[in-house]
Each structure stands twice: as structure tokens, then as C-alpha cells.
Design a protein around this ligand. Structure first.
Ligand code: NAD
Length: 224
């Protein structure tokens, strides 16, 4: 079976959860990246069976999440994390949650993944994180410099990735502003470039889905 890492699940209401279920139903092993401040409550709810009803797959079995990793996708590596964040008590209990560290942990625990899902919330910071760096952390052994002059040394090839976009990238959706629409436009543009670059060089498929409206936590938070 395939192994999937889904970045951006902290409850059972969002796209990440739904995608995880579809992948699990298709036989994939599920690994999850959960925003650090939301990790505790997500893991506790999972353990206590709060999501059991929504874990039911079409064949009646329950979706199994093999491992949940703390993640803050705003930071590529530990060197980028400001002191006040490191010291923040919502972060202090967890470790190895920057993108590179999570990718290293996944590699250490499982070797490799086949599918990467980026389902991180509306914030421009998190949306912008779907770049070559994010992708290469998970798929490639080593990533050296930053786009657009990034050079890659790697020997893993193959795999697929998908992120979530929104129609506000191309049409005005009242209220979906403040950098969010432009972040989605950038995401779609980056997806094309990444699909070309990563696809041609490393046989990694890069796609984004322009998803319809869903009353997720992120959607409610911005009043949708
Ligand atoms: P959601 O709240 O279920 O998922 C977003 C997740 O991102 C949350 O679990 C949150 O904890 C996590 N997150 C936020 N910042 C993070 C960070 N820095 N590091 C790690 N995790 C972080 O909401 P959703 O609506 O399912 O959003 C998933 C994706 O779908 C987003 O990219 C969103 O823009 C996109 N989308 C949503 C809709 C919609 O109507 N809900 C429509 C189109 C596209």
C-alpha cells in the first residue's frame, strides 16, 4: 500500500480529515501533521474515541492514523524559529515540529512517503509554505538553497502531492481578502512551476484542488 502524510488535520471537520479518510479507504497508511498548539487536544480526542464515528470507512472499519506529528509549517527549520515561539508554553512541550524536522522524523520512522497532502489553513503564511522547500523536505534527501535559485541534491524520485486552493484566487469572493486570495493565486502559480520542475526532474506529481466551500474550523474562523 501507499503511505500518505497529511499536513493540516486538527479535528474531523476539515478537508485534511476527509482526504485522509479517502486515502485510508483506498488502502493507504495515514500519517498526520498537526499544528503544535492543537496537538494535545487532537490526540486526546482521538484516543478518547471522540472521532470514532467519523473514522468509519465505507467497509465499516475505522480509519487508523499510524502516527501524529506536531508541525508548524511556518518554519522550515529550527534556526528560523524565534525565541519567543520556542519559549511559548504551547510549543515548549513538543519538539521537532519544523518542516525539515518533521520530514526527517518521517524518514527516520518510515523511510519514505508516496503521497503528500498540504491542507494547511487560510493564513497567507501557511499557504505560502507549499513550495519547493516543503515538497523537497518530504521527498528529497537534501535541499540546499532557496527558490528561485534552489539546487537540489537528491536520490529519491517519484511520489505525488496535492494542496487545497480556492476560487478566490481568480474571482472576487467578498470577505476572502487580507492576503488570502493572493496566497491562493500564488499557490496555483507555484503548483504549475513545481509540477514542471519536480515532475521533470524527480517524477513527483504536484497538483492543487480548487475546493468548494466547507464549514471547517478555518472557514468559520474567517466568518464563512
Ligand atoms: P481546517 O481548519 O480543517 O484545516 C486547516 C489546518 O491547518 C488546521 O488543522 C490548522 O490547525 C492547520 N494549521 C494552520 N496553520 C498551521 C501551521 N502554521 N502549521 C501547521 N498546521 C497549521 O480547514 P480547511 O478549510 O479544511 O482547510 C484546509 C485547506 O483547504 C486550506 O488550504 C484551505 O484554504 C483550503 N480550502 C478550504 C475551503 C473551505 O471552504 N473550507 C475551500 C477551498 C479551499
Amino acid at each position: 500500500g501507499k503511505r500518505a502524510f497529511i499536513a493540516g488535520i486538527a479535528d474531523d471537520n476539515g478537508y485534511g480529515w476527509a482526504i485522509a479518510k479517502s486515502l485510508a479507504a483506498a488502502g493507504a497508511e495515514i500519517l498526520v501533521g498537526t499544528w503544535v498548539p492543537a496537538l494535545n487536544i487532537f490526540e486526546t480526542s482521538l484516543r478518547r474515541g471522540k472521532f470514532d464515528e467519523s473514522r468509519v470507512l465505507p467497509d465499516g472499519s475505522l480509519m487508523n492514523i499510524t502516527k501524529v506529528y506536531p508541525l508548524d509549517a511556518v518554519y522550515d527549520s529550527l534556526a528560523e524559529v524565534p525565541e519567543d515561539v520556542k519559549a511559548n508554553k504551547r510549543y515548549a512541550g513538543a519538539s521537532n515540529w519544523t518542516v525539515q524536522e518533521v520530514a526527517e522524523s518521517v524518514k527516520h520512522d518510515f523511510g519514505s512517503i508516496d503521497i503528500l497532502v498540504h491542507s494547511l489553513a487560510n493564513g497567507p503564511e501557511a499557504s505560502f509554505c507549499f513550495d519547493y522547500s516543503f515538497l523537497s523536505c518530504f521527498y528529497l534527501h537534501r535541499q540546499v538553497v532557496v527558490m528561485p535559485k534552489r539546487t537540489i541534491t537528491c536520490n529519491i524520485a517519484g511520489g505525488a502531492s496535492v494542496s487545497l486552493s480556492y476560487i478566490a484566487s481568480e474571482r472576487i469572493i467578498p470577505g476572502y481578502g487580507g492576503g488570502m486570495s493572493s496566497a491562493k493565486a500564488a499557490l496555483e502559480s507555484d503548483t504549475k512551476v513545481l509540477a514542471f520542475e519536480a515532475g521533470r526532474r524527480h517524477k513527483i506529481r504536484v497538483n492543487t484542488i480548487s475546493a468548494g466551500p466547507l464549514r471547517s474550523r478555518a472557514a468559520k474562523a474567517i466568518g464563512f
